[in-house]
Write a protein that binds this ligand. Structure first.
Ligand code: ADP
Ligand code: MG
Length: 492
């Protein structure tokens, strides 16, 4: 971890310098600095919420971790006063929060000790050892003085959203690989990197992971992450206060700009315009731009054509809904870090039944965990089913492709087998396209999955079908009505 962050008021909440030798102790489990930093960052966030900003700034923020060992978290304070105040007033709360937040990376924390930092004025021995030599020498001078603007703007990043915590499977392997590559390469890899996929599938997670990685690997690179909504909000505010110059400057001075959920700026013309210019300025200047959205650039509606096409210039990677294996993998990874054990059978049951998205899967697991901790009894499939009844109901309302095919065939009076056949006559191809469109809209299956269920068709055929039905139904009232009717029958 580089040294410059401790100068920055907000970033310091997430990162404190650690004394690396502590983690090298042979008897201690190997805990990476990053994990510890991430946990400490969360402890800080919760403390800040609990005790209020002023007290947090004064007493908690200046603390540094000096070790985590054998269930004791040792912190260093810079003065006797600080040490006493923290020990008398905040130590219990710190212990409770830390034992929860460090649960993932170390044995439960049972004590928190606050020590007076020994000679904290002395220059720190652990200057950024992770920096490569040349970087260290060229930046050593300004690292100490100037907090990078990006730090402040990264304060909203979730410390849990790292590459290490991202479970990779078929549906997200491309997105993961390009995100990683983008994060790792010093030069601009793909510009822009465009990640898209449905809600709750890990777009934000991957973006934060890129930011954390860059922050750690090249602390001098300015990374700015924000949601498109925030971008818009800031822009509108800048307009109101006639301060667009500094707005522009702020954005155009970063090395890596990440805008999450860019679909939010569709239809907002002046924001789009500004975004387009910022985007161009950065790309032309060789800075990395990373975008996420819920749809591919071509499918984003309400976006100006030139922006849409520009967004698709670099690398476009989609995240598909998690399949069973990935769902199970994610549950296992998360359950492994939990303080109580959940039987494999229960995890398998959940992976089978909760298919909507990863966020919901996580929510379900948390519910199970909370219950297990509370009652202290082993969770069974029956008790899980009971606890998750509402989620399971929602999932079982999921329509199957099979039922879509049957319904559509009946509606258009064609044989169900035509859904899989290779025949292309209009009177058969159109109903088939309608069925594909409905499959995309009413299930969480990916294009390739749907293609397979329609006689092994290619995913591009399905994409084409979806687009065709979308655009045709704008002008064809009969078709639009058919689709609407089928939709409501199928999802009732
Ligand atoms: P999105 O931005 O696509 O709506 P998020 O990135 O917010 O989705 O992900 C929702 C939740 O699911 C987050 O808590 C995230 O950590 C988790 N998640 C999503 N994909 C994965 C994955 N592959 N491995 C681990 N956690 C994941
Ligand atoms: Mg998101």
């Amino acid at each position: 971890m580089s040294g410059d962050m401790s100068n920055n008021p907000d970033a310091a909440a997430l990162f404190h310098k650690t004394d690396s030798k502590v983690w090298d102790d042979k008897s201690a489990p190997v805990i990476s600095d990053i994990d510890v930093q991430a946990c400490w960052g969360r402890v800080n966030q919760r403390m800040r919420k609990d005790i209020g900003d002023a007290a947090w700034r004064h007493w908690i923020k200046p603390l540094r971790i000096s070790g985590v060992q054998d269930g004791t978290l040792t912190l260093e304070a810079d003065s006797t006063l600080a040490r006493e105040r923290v020990s008398s007033q905040y130590v219990d709360r710190l212990r409770v929060i830390s034992s929860a937040e460090f649960g993932n990376v170390s044995p439960a924390i049972r004590h928190v000790e606050v020590r007076l930092a020994a000679g904290h004025q002395r220059t720190r021995p652990n200057q950024p050892h992770r920096l490569s030599e040349q970087r260290a020498s060229s930046q050593a001078t300004d690292l100490g003085k100037k907090p990078a603007a990006g730090d402040i703007l990264m304060a909203g990043l979730d410390p849990r959203y790292t590459f290490a915590n991202f479970v990779v499977g078929k549906p997200n392997e491309l997105a993961f690989a390009v995100a990683r590559r983008t994060a790792e390469s010093e030069k601009v890899a793909f510009n822009p990197l465009f990640l898209y996929g449905g809600v709750g599938l890990g777009k934000t997670h991957l973006m934060h992971a890129i930011a954390w990685h860059i922050r750690q690997q090249s602390p001098s690179r300015k990374v700015l992450y924000l949601s498109a909504e925030k971008f818009m909000y800031r822009f509108v505010r800048a307009l109101r206060f006639r301060d667009t110059m500094s707005f522009k400057e702020q954005f155009r001075s970063v090395d890596v700009l990440m805008i999450d959920d860019v679909q939010f700026i569709s239809g907002k013309d002046s924001t789009q315009e500004e975004f387009f210019h910022t985007f161009n300025a950065l790309v032309e200047d060789g800075r990395q731009v990373i975008i996420s959205a819920d749809k591919s650039p071509t499918d984003l509606e309400g976006l100006e054509e030139r922006l849409r096409s520009r967004l698709g210039w670099g690398m476009v990677a989609d995240i598909h809904p998690a399949d069973y294996e990935l769902r199970l993998g994610i549950l296992q990874a998360k359950a492994e870090q939990a303080p109580v054990q959940i039987p494999d059978k229960v995890l398998e049951f959940m992976a089978h039944r909760i298919v909507s998205n990863v966020r919901e899967l996580e929510g379900a697991l948390n519910r199970i965990l909370a219950h297990a901790m509370l009652v202290g009894r082993e969770i069974t499939i029956e008790s899980a089913a009971e606890l998750l009844a509402d989620l399971l109901r929602a999932s079982s309302r999921q329509v199957s492709v099979d039922s879509i095919q049957k319904r559509v065939a009946a509606h258009y009076d064609v044989r169900v087998s035509e859904m899989f056949s290779a025949r292309r006559a209009r009177n058969i191809a159109r109903p088939r396209q309608v069925a594909m469109y409905l499959a995309k809209n009413l299930t969480s299956l990916s294009y390739p999955d749907i293609g397979r269920q329609f006689g092994g068709r290619d995913h591009t055929t399905v994409m084409h079908a979806v687009k065709t039905i979308e655009s045709l139904s704008k002008n064809d009232g009969q078709l639009a009505e058919d689709v609407q009717l089928l939709k409501s029958i199928l999802s009732s």
